[in-house]
Structure formats: structure tokens, C-alpha cells
Ligand binder design. Structure first.
Ligand code: ADP
Ligand code: ZN
Ligand code: MG
Length: 639
């Protein structure tokens, strides 16, 4: 129970909260390599077209001109004698004749004798023969190439061509393999849409801390002259969406220096050793560009504790991490390269990363408190047309535990909702509806409950709301609804009146009674129970166990914590729990948990029986109007 958003009551297995379902449905897997089949088949088509074109050219060459008329050598001799011949070409045994009247003729001769000799044998005079302009051409020239060599070479050329295409294909992938060692970090030198501290709302402490880094980047000499050693690394910690990436860019923007952005997972590729060489390359590039910022986002991808075997003890990861450490030790502090790393899992980081001289500066980005939420909302509301009734503070009040990214998302959802209703302005209703949508999933208008289900749900929610109203330490009710949303059949939205970071035992005890309020109301009103409260019961049981085991708040077992849990303090999530208590203690814990639950049940029952008229009143309003807002809810008790 840290400062997470209070889970709304009565949710039956909320898929919206299930990260796996969300991820699965979102991710459309894209292979990093282009599928080789598609371009290749394209190339084959191309090759076929080339072949067709070539053969077309060939046939047109051989068809060129009119076909010469075939004659005998005797006819040729006659023509020469008569002086009809303009010119004669001899190519091997082929003879082409052009007559003075432009007629083309051809004939063949014995290749062992020259045309002159043959014509002399026909009794022609040397003068006549000269007039025939005999020209002897080498057989091995153009026609030979075109006619003999090329056709036989063509398949070979084609094959080579296809191989070449294929090779080029492979090379596409290969080139990438060869450049694997390059860091591929995106260098952002943006001057146009520069991000500055103004674009980051709230996070005042973090800004103060980073202000110093900006100073240093702007004027490294000032510090080094005084012999001051400045931090090489700044580790930015915070839950997802609290603006770590944004803040790092703002630092670069404020200092006006280049910014090398690289994600931890980008270091790790298929081949061993690539990560390390990428780190080397990244630092080499950065040193050239100094002063500058190297930003390693999601550093936990490479910076996990070495040798734990957690997350698969990955040699590659260790080598990459080692290289980062080596590089960070290797450069002089005064050259002006600052490494900013971001993570939402500082607890899994290797201690070597955190020792002085490396990421010794730690900046924590907390979830925004109510005033910061207002600031963030105002920042993101710029450029969105809001109706005059919109009160962003009201939105901020309803969103404890939301991160900056969540808040941005809410305003975006609100804008989408307004557009869907063809409105020109975003109304307060749009913003409030999108909060519930983000928390619970979209309204399920098509889901029609039958009269009985509706009545049971109304009494169930009325039970939660009534108990919450009557108990002094429970959070105030903001909304009760029996409109199904996501996987919840109905819900009671109760929110802390202020952001709390410390939770009191009395609050927990009252919360348990509120959680059981739905169950008791159903039981007492209808004499039967449904599966509806199952999620409430699960949450209540878990809270009871945490009170006893994790917070040491039980009277019987005293201030002692049970179970060594490898706990992600930061995320409030446990990966695994080790039992470090005896069987007898286990029994005592079970008994204590049972006692807490039964006491909570009595509290809830007492209220519901005593204030039956209010229970009926709330349920009736719900059946009639389906939702009750904060003010209307308070009015029921004043009547
Ligand atoms: P992280 O890296 O911590 O997961 P990002 O920096 O990517 O989070 O934040 C996501 C988006 O949420 C940002 O682009 C920004 O629009 C919004 N955001 C988060 N925190 C803030 C903040 N403090 N002020 C303004 N916007 C914020
Ligand atoms: Zn419930
Ligand atoms: Mg980020």
C-alpha cells in the first residue's frame, strides 16, 4: 500500500490492469529484418522482363530490313559481267550483294576459294570484277558476337544477375550486422523544438539537482578551475511516465548541448560483444562532441545486478555493463561528458553502477502531488479548446497516483471523446469520463443487465458507499455507478482527500470494512451471495495479510515482519516470497488474518443494519439514475 492509485472497488478481474493482455493486444510484431521472399520474387519478375526485352531486341535485329533474295554464283557472275553490281560483301562463305537498283541479294560460295578466283573461273575480266567492289569482312565480328556468343552467354548472364540480386539482399542484412558495433545512438541537436525545464511541470527538487548539471555543461571550466570534481553520471529514477526521458532532454535543452539518446536494450543484440563495442563507439562519439549528454534510457536492461541469474544471466549484458563502467572510469571529468541514465527499477541495478565516480548523483522523480498534477494538466491543456466549465483541479483531485504520462493520456482521451460527439470544445464531463475509462476501461453500454442483476449490483455498490460514508477513516466517496465499465459490473469511486504517503492502521481497518460492505449488503438484503464480491474479498484478504505480515500492525503478533520477500520497494510489487517463520507462527498469522476480516465484517454489518434506510435510498437512486456524483450522494444523507 504505497501511494498507488487507490484501486476502485468492485472490479472483477480487471483486464485493463493486466499488463500482459494489454501488451499482447498492442504489440504487432515487426521483424527487424525485411522478409527476403518478397523483394526476391520482385527481382525474379524483373529478370524475366529483362529476358523478354532482350529476346525482343534480338528478333527485331534479325528481322531488320527486307529479306535479301537468294541467287546462285552463276547469276552473280552474270550480274557482275553486266555491271549491275554496286557492292559486294564477303563474310566467310556468305556473300551479300547490293545491286545498283538497290536490290539486296545473297549467295554462298565455297569457303576455300576467294570470290575473285571464282568469278575469274566464270571467265570474268579483272576490270569487271573490280567494278563489283568486293569487300571482305571478318566472320568473327559483330554478327558473330550477336549470333553465336551472346545467346550462349545469356543464361549465364542471367544467372549471375540473379545471384547478384540475392547477394545484395543478403548484404542489406549483412551491412546491418557489420555496423552492429556502431552505437546507432540518435544524436539530438534540436534547436527548433527545444525542450527546457519549462516543459516539465512540477518535479522541483529534481530540477534543482539538475540545474547544477546544466551549469557544469555550460561552463565546465568554472568548476575545474576550483578543483571541483563533477559527477559523471546522474541516475534518474521514477515510475514509468513520470517524465524521466523528458527531464533528460530538458537538461540538454537548457544547457544547449548535443544529446545522445540510446536505450539500454539497444546495446544488446544477437551477437556477443556487440553491446560492448557499441558502448565504446557511443562514448567515442560523445567525447568528440563534448560538452554533451549521453542519455541511456532504461538502463536496467543492461545494468542488472551481475551474477544473480535474474532475468537470465546474460553474458552479453554483463560485458556491456562492464564496458559502460570502464568507459565511465576512463574519461576525465573535465571534458564535459555527462551520462544521464534513467530507470524505473533502481532496486535491480548493479551496485557497481551506483558507487561514487559513476552514477553517484541520483535524482528521484516522484509521482506528482495534486498541485503538480494541476500544473501538468495545464501544460498539456495548452492548444486544446476547453469549455469554460472545465476545472482542471477537479481532474487533479480525482487522479491521485497518476503519472504525468497518465494525465496527458486523460486529456487526450477527453479530446477524442469530444470529437466523437462532434463538439468543438472539451467539457468537464469528457475529462472525468476519461479518468474512469483509464481506470476501469470503457463503458459497456451494450451490456444489458437483467432486473435482478441490476438490483443486486445497486445494493452491492450502495453497501460500499454507505460503509465508506459512515466510517471516519475511509476516503470520501466521489462517485457510485452501476454502469458496467471494463470488466466491472459497477463501481464506487472513493478517493483520498489529500495525497498520502503514510498509511495509518485505522485507515486500513476501515478500508477493509468498506471492501466488505458490498458483500454484506448483498447477503443481508437478498439472503444469498453472488460471485460479484469475489474481487473485493481477494483484495480484503490481501490487505489483511499485509497488515499482519508486512506492516507488523497486528496486536497478537506484534511489530514483526514475516516472510523475507525480495521486494520491489519502489514498485510495491513482490517477485517472490521466502518463508522464514515456523509452522506455529503460520497458524497464528492465519488466525490473525481471520480475526481482522471477521471484525471488518462485523463493522460493515453493524452499519448496514443500523442505516438500512440510507442503504435503500442509495440503491433506489442508483436503480433510477445509474450513477450518483459526490454532491448528490451527500444530499441523500441530508434529506
Ligand atoms: P518516463 O521516461 O519517465 O517513462 P516520459 O519522460 O517518457 O516518462 O514521459 C512521457 C510523457 O508524459 C512526456 O512526454 C510528457 O508529455 C508527459 N509528462 C510526464 N511527466 C511530465 C511532467 N512532469 N510535466 C509535463 N509532462 C510530463
Ligand atoms: Zn464491490
Ligand atoms: Mg522513458
Amino acid at each position: 500500500m504505497s501511494s498507488q492509485p487507490r484501486p476502485p472497488l468492485h472490479q472483477k478481474q480487471n483486464l485493463q490492469n493486466n499488463p500482459f493482455v494489454l501488451v499482447l493486444s498492442r504489440q504487432s510484431r515487426v521483424s527487424p529484418f525485411p522478409s527476403p521472399m518478397k523483394p526476391l520474387s520482385k527481382n525474379i519478375i524483373l529478370a524475366i522482363i529483362v529476358v523478354l526485352v532482350i529476346s525482343a531486341i534480338f528478333s527485331s535485329i534479325s528481322l531488320q530490313g527486307k529479306k535479301p533474295q537468294s541467287i546462285s554464283i552463276a547469276t552473280l557472275a552474270e550480274e557482275v559481267e553486266k555491271g549491275l553490281v554496286q557492292s559486294t560483301k564477303v563474310e566467310g562463305s556468305e556473300v551479300t550483294i547490293k545491286l545498283k537498283d538497290e536490290t539486296d541479294q545473297k549467295t554462298r560460295k565455297d569457303s576455300s576459294a576467294s570470290l575473285e578466283e571464282i568469278l575469274t573461273q566464270y571467265g570474268l575480266e579483272a576490270d569487271d570484277i573490280r567494278a563489283a567492289n568486293i569487300e571482305i569482312q571478318d566472320r568473327s565480328t559483330r554478327s558473330y558476337i550477336l549470333g553465336v556468343i551472346l545467346p550462349s552467354l545469356l543464361p549465364l548472364i542471367l544467372l549471375v544477375g540473379i545471384f547478384w540480386f540475392m547477394l545484395r539482399q543478403m548484404q542489406g542484412a549483412n551491412n546491418r550486422a557489420m555496423s552492429f558495433g556502431m552505437s546507432g545512438a540518435k544524436e539530438i541537436k534540436d534547436t527548433k523544438q527545444k525542450v527546457t525545464f519549462k516543459d516539465v511541470a512540477g518535479s522541483k527538487e529534481a530540477k534543482v539537482e539538475l540545474e547544477e548539471v546544466v551549469e557544469f555543461l555550460k561552463n565546465p571550466k568554472k568548476f575545474s578551475d576550483l578543483g571541483a570534481k563533477l559527477p559523471k553520471g546522474v541516475l534518474m529514477m521514477g515510475r514509468p511516465g513520470t517524465g524521466k526521458t523528458l527531464m533528460a532532454r530538458a537538461v540538454a535543452g537548457e544547457a544547449g548541448v548535443p544529446f545522445f539518446h540510446m536505450s539500454g536494450s539497444e546495446f544488446v543484440e544477437m551477437f556477443v560483444g556487440v553491446g560492448a563495442s557499441r558502448v565504446r563507439d557511443l562514448f567515442a562519439r560523445a567525447k568528440k562532441a563534448a560538452p554533451c549528454i549521453i542519455f541511456v534510457d532504461e538502463i536496467d536492461a543492461v545494468g542488472r545486478q551481475r551474477g544473480t541469474g535474474l532475468g537470465g544471466s546474460h553474458d552479453e549484458r554483463e560485458q556491456t555493463l562492464n564496458q559502460i563502467l570502464v568507459e565511465m572510469d576512463g574519461f576525465e571529468t573535465n571534458i564535459g561528458v555527462i551520462v544521464i541514465a534513467a530507470t524505473n527499477r533502481p532496486d535491480v541495478l548493479d551496485p557497481a553502477l551506483l558507487r561514487p565516480g559513476r552514477f553517484d548523483r541520483r535524482v528521484m522523480l516522484d509521482l506528482p502531488d495534486i498541485n503538480e498534477r494541476v500544473e501538468i494538466l495545464e501544460l498539456h491543456a495548452k492548444g486544446k479548446p476547453f469549455a469554460t466549465d472545465v476545472n482542471l483541479r477537479r481532474v487533479a483531485e480525482r487522479t491521485p497516483g497518476f503519472s504525468g504520462a497518465d494525465l496527458m493520456n486523460i486529456l487526450n482521451e477527453a479530446a477524442i471523446r469530444a470529437a466523437r460527439f462532434d463538439r468543438k470544445e472539451i467539457t468537464q464531463e469528457d475529462t472525468l469520463d476519461s479518468i474512469e475509462k483509464v481506470l476501469l476501461g470503457p463503458e459497456r453500454k451494450s451490456y444489458v443487465m437483467n432486473a435482478e442483476e441490476k438490483k443486486v449490483t445497486a445494493y452491492h455498490e450502495a453497501g460500499h458507499a454507505l460503509v465508506a460514508r459512515m466510517l471516519p477513516n475511509a476516503d470520501p466517496v466521489h462517485k457510485v455507478s452501476i454502469i458496467p465499465r471494463g470488466s466491472a459490473g459497477g463501481y464506487t469511486l472513493k478517493l483520498p482527500s489529500a495525497d498520502v504517503r503514510l498509511h495509518k492502521r485505522s485507515t486500513f481497518i476501515d478500508d477493509m470494512a468498506v471492501m466488505l460492505g458490498g458483500f454484506v449488503a448483498e447477503m443481508d438484503t437478498f439472503g444469498d451471495i453472488t460471485t460479484g464480491p469475489s474481487d473485493d474479498l481477494r483484495k480484503c484478504t490481501r490487505l489483511a495479510r499485509e497488515i499482519v505480515m508486512r506492516f507488523g500492525m497486528s496486536d497478537a503478533l506484534g511489530p514483526q515482519v514475516f516472510g523475507e520477500s525480495q521486494e520491489m520497494v519502489f514498485l510495491g510489487k513482490e517477485i517472490h516470497e521466502q518463508r522464514n517463520y515456523s509452522e506455529k507462527t503460520a497458524e497464528a498469522i492465519d488466525a490473525e488474518v481471520r480475526l481482522l476480516i471477521s471484525r471488518a465484517m462485523e463493522t460493515a454489518r453493524g452499519i448496514i443494519q443500523k442505516e438500512k434506510k440510507y442503504l435503500d435510498a442509495i440503491a433506489n437512486v442508483l436503480l433510477e439514475k445509474e450513477t450518483i456524483e459526490k454532491e448528490a450522494f451527500a444530499a441523500i444523507f441530508e434529506a
